[in-house]
Design a protein around this ligand. Sequence first.
Ligand code: ZN
Length: 132
Amino acid sequence: MERFSIQTDQRETVVDITGKVRDAVKSSGIREGICIVYIPHTTAGVTINENADPSVKADIRSVLMKLVPEGRQYRHLEGNADSHVKATMTGSSVSVIVESGVLQLGTWQGIQFCEFDGPRTRQVWVKILGAV
Ligand code: ZN
């Protein structure tokens, strides 16, 4: 398994990690298979969406903030109940096909780490299953 860490700089932010995942695929040496990107945190997630226009990331962030506001009354008393809910909404893993050693993403797609309780140092785990 490959691992890398990222440092987020805001409570809620969306960070493009496509390049780091591509590096992990390269260093694995696997040419044909499946790449699983897994986030081992309860207040962060990962998604695949448009990378070309940064306003898409901003829209995803602002809609999630409106749907699940920080200050509402929740049972979880750590002050980050909204972060847990948003992490469940985005999910903790994505899978991407690897062919000829290349991640098979659509033209406009990127892999995006979603921070909901930063700023923090976060881990991203990448497992590539397949053949060399
Ligand atoms: Zn909590």
